[in-house]
Design a protein around this ligand. Structure first.
Ligand SMILES: [Fe+2]
Length: 247
């Protein structure tokens, strides 16, 4: 008998009412927050992830139309691809620097060209800014704009439980992501420095394992960001020196 998605234990309750749907590769993890006032999904995974999401929502007594809001951590289609399926009933929200790229279907920046990542038209209803707060009743989510991996990256911070939903900004162990087409290393370093000022008990990333040692992770991330910054400086200096030689 073949194993169903539900039997794979890819659906874990991390805190009361907070669930992680482990990624159906190559998509991102999806987080479900079953709030007393509203139900929120953080990211959607790739476009083909919708049947899996539906199945897991069903396990906790929810239908797709019971999702009131979908928060997208950034514009990459391994995170935002299935958002369109929720558009009729849920408010789709992303930072304005991600919203514009998603709405314009900017193929280069949203990485639509990757196999199975092409999602088509997605309307973003709410363009977020740093400092916005989403009140779920039992939980709150504060928007922290963390450009670097892309210009539209956000993390979502839950202050009462000290949880950080970090998207692709930082992963368990302090690993950083790549610099995407709209990203920038200086912004990335600043974002990590800023996250390092938050008190975080658990890190819920967009890929990989949940971390219960975020303090150590953030220190490592800062070190990685600094060495990445120094490497890129060296690269540009070398390139500039080569160009001058030719002249
Ligand atoms: Fe990404």
């Amino acid at each position: 008998m073949s194993e169903t998605n539900a039997e794979r234990k890819n659906f874990i309750e991390l805190r009361p009412g907070i669930f992680q749907i482990y990624n159906i590769k190559p998509g991102s993890h999806v987080y479900l927050l079953k709030g007393t006032d509203k139900n929120v999904l953080i990211d959607s995974g790739i476009v083909g992830n919708y049947p899996v999401l539906k199945e897991y929502l069903n396990q906790v007594g929810l239908r797709p139309e019971d999702i009131t809001m979908m928060l997208l951590t950034h514009e990459h289609m391994d995170h935002a691809g299935a958002a369109g399926y929720f558009a009729k009933s849920a408010i789709i929200a992303a930072h304005r620097n991600a919203a514009n790229k998603i709405e314009l279907q900017d193929e280069f920046v949203t990485l639509q060209a990757f196999e199975n990542w092409r999602a088509g038209s997605i309307k973003v209803d709410l363009w977020l800014e740093d400092g916005n707060c989403i009140d779920l009743g039992n939980y709150q989510l504060q928007v922290v704009h963390t450009p670097g991996h892309s210009s539209g990256c956000i993390c979502l911070y839950e202050p009462s439980q000290r949880l950080l939903f970090s998207g692709d900004t930082v992963f368990g162990g302090g690993t950083l992501s790549n610099i995407g087409p709209s990203g920038n290393i200086s912004d990335y370093m600043h974002s990590i420095k800023r996250l390092n000022t938050l008190r975080i008990d658990e890190l819920y990333p967009g890929h990989g394992k949940v971390s219960k040692e975020p303090e150590q992770d953030m220190k490592k991330a800062l070190g990685y960001a600094m060495s990445l910054f120094e490497d890129s400086k060296l690269l540009f200096q070398t390139l500039a020196a080569g160009k001058q030689k030719k002249l």
